[in-house]
Design a protein around this ligand. Structure first.
Ligand SMILES: O=c1ccn([C@@H]2O[C@H](COP(=O)(O)OP(=O)(O)O[C@H]3O[C@@H](CO)[C@H](O)[C@H]3O)[C@@H](O)[C@H]2O)c(=O)[nH]1
Ligand SMILES: [Mn+2]
Length: 368
């Protein structure tokens, strides 16, 4: 069962952590039988299923799950012309689920990801670990060499400034994968049989000023702290690039988290990624990105956000302006992407008018 809160000495049934404060977002083009394996952990939670591809296809959801399902017709009906910012025929469509959710937390998972076992052979409740990661602070300002100091059996090491031990609010929890690792197409082609069997029992805060490759397969985040920045960029149908949706979101998110003093963690939990997508198809989707990212990364490393950018939305709009000005020179795609970033924020604010915003610097949510 998901991590539960038990009242000592009481017969009160335990309640899964954040049961009514977290949505599980699943992008899919398949039937969702994979949920059977996750049932003990996911059943108490509300699912938001984003059906990609042909909206006339019926997606079967196993009995007993509480869910809402959106297909492309729903996205177009809800967003109208703003639906243009939501990718079609790509897992990037999942970000629509983040937008329509009304909960404080979101966990997103691919439908070819299953429950993994830890070295003791115990099933890993990935959702419970993500919740622990999100509910405990991050340490982006000073690296703790004993990893997560807030974890049972660990602490800050000698020399760690006491003034920094309160840490920062955690905005993102990035989980990993046993079996099929999230390799890019060239690596997949060179190492077709490589499987990840290494279970590293650690959760690390990604230091301030450092970017990372965010994978959308096993990802949780505080929607109230960073949701508007979790736009999975324009990919799939009609776009020159694919499989960079989550990467794009991760780079934007990390720059904004650094600016707003929010934390990003990576490491536990693991899940079992079962399906290797076709490396040749992936290469066609990725190849421009493999060249472009040699310019994109320096762009994000040098992106600047002024002190007037005191909400995620303001940060994101500022980034979109810089994308248009600096990356637009590489390819017209980035002009289109910059416009889509603005459309995303407009759509987000339209669907979430009363969202709290984060004041810069203290990471504390401040009502609108
Ligand atoms: O057109 C599509 C294709 C797939 N989906 C759904 O998205 C996820 C991921 O699909 P899949 O597991 O087939 O592909 P992977 O290459 O393993 O995906 C990972 O790589 C990155 C792609 O950007 C990303 O980090 C992961 O998603 C499944 O749930 C499919 O059902 C879709 O919605 N539309
Ligand atoms: Mn997959």
């Amino acid at each position: 069962m998901a991590g539960t809160v038990t009242v000592p000495g009481s017969s009160v049934p335990s309640t899964p952590l954040l049961k009514d404060e977290l949505d599980i977002v699943i992008p899919t083009i398949r039937n969702l039988d994979f949920l059977e394996m996750w049932r003990p952990f996911f059943q108490p939670y509300h699912l938001i299923i984003v059906q990609d591809g042909d909206p006339s296809k019926v997606i079967k959801v196993p009995e007993g799950f509480d869910y809402e399902l959106y297909n492309r017709n729903d996205i177009n009906r809800i967003l109208g012309p703003k639906a243009s910012c939501i990718s079609f025929k790509d897992s990037a469509c999942r970000c629509f689920g983040y937008m329509v959710s009304k909960k404080k937390y979101v966990f997103t998972i691919d439908d070819d990801c299953f429950v993994a076992k830890d070295p003791s052979g115990k099933d890993i409740n990935a959702l419970e670990q993500h919740i622990k990661n999100l509910l405990s602070p991050s340490t982006p300002f000073f690296f703790n060499t004993l990893y997560d100091p807030y974890r049972e059996g660990a602490d800050f090491v000698r020399g760690y400034p006491f003034s920094l031990r309160e840490g920062a609010p955690t905005a993102v929890s990035h989980g990993l994968w046993l079996n099929i690792p999230d390799y890019d197409a060239p690596t997949q082609m060179v190492k077709p049989r490589e499987r990840n069997s290494r279970y590293v029992d650690a959760v690390l805060t990604i230091p301030k000023g450092t970017l990372f490759p965010m994978c959308g397969m096993n990802l949780a985040f505080d929607r109230q702290l960073i949701g508007p920045a979790m736009y999975f960029g324009l990919m799939g149908d009609g776009q020159p690039i694919g499989r960079y949706d989550d990467m794009w979101a991760g780079w934007c998110v990390k720059v904004i988290c650094d600016h707003l003093s929010l934390g990003v963690k990576t490491g536990l939990p693991y899940l079992w990624h079962s399906k290797a997508s076709n490396p040749f198809v992936n290469l066609k989707k990725e190849y421009k990105g493999i060249f472009w990212q040699e310019d994109i990364i320096p762009f994000f490393q040098n992106a600047t956000l002024s002190k007037e950018c005191d909400t995620v939305q303001k940060c994101y709009i500022s980034l979109s302006e810089q994308v248009k000005e600096k990356l637009g020179k590489i390819d017209p795609y980035f002009v289109k992407l910059a416009d889509a970033m603005v459309t995303w924020i407009e759509a987000w604010d339209e669907l979430n008018p009363s969202d709290t915003v984060v004041a810069a610097g203290n990471g504390k949510a401040a009502a609108m």
